[in-house]
Unconditional design. Structure first.
Length: 107
């Protein structure tokens, strides 16, 4: 990646992104937010969910410090990418209904 990831994207975080994820410690990560805090050139703080590699379900939330160039977007067809597409289709839309005034006390 050349640009920092965007919220909602699923990326592979491995040793190319940070040494703490080298070898078998690589993770799939769904981005929630990317900090605007100043960092070293090419690095960023990302908050998101660690995803199970087989089911694509979130297993934990964390904040990680990674090299942007080392992140890889999930390829279409991987379980984690399929879960993300499902979540986008079923994401709840804001309600246009007004809340009931029942039980509300006057001034």
């Amino acid at each position: 990646m050349r640009q920092p990831p965007r919220p909602g994207e699923v990326v592979r975080v491995d040793g190319a992104a940070s040494v703490q994820f080298a070898g078998r410690r690589g993770i799939w990560f769904r981005i929630i937010s990317v900090s605007r805090k100043p960092t070293y050139h090419g690095w960023c703080w990302c908050t998101g969910y660690v995803l199970d590699a087989t089911s694509g379900q979130a297993t934990g939330k964390r904040e990680i410090f990674v090299q942007v160039a080392g992140l890889r977007l999930a390829a279409p067809g991987t379980p984690v990418a399929a879960v993300e597409r499902h979540n986008e289709r079923t994401r709840r839309q804001p309600s246009t209904k007004r809340r009931s005034q029942a039980g509300r006390r006057g001034p």
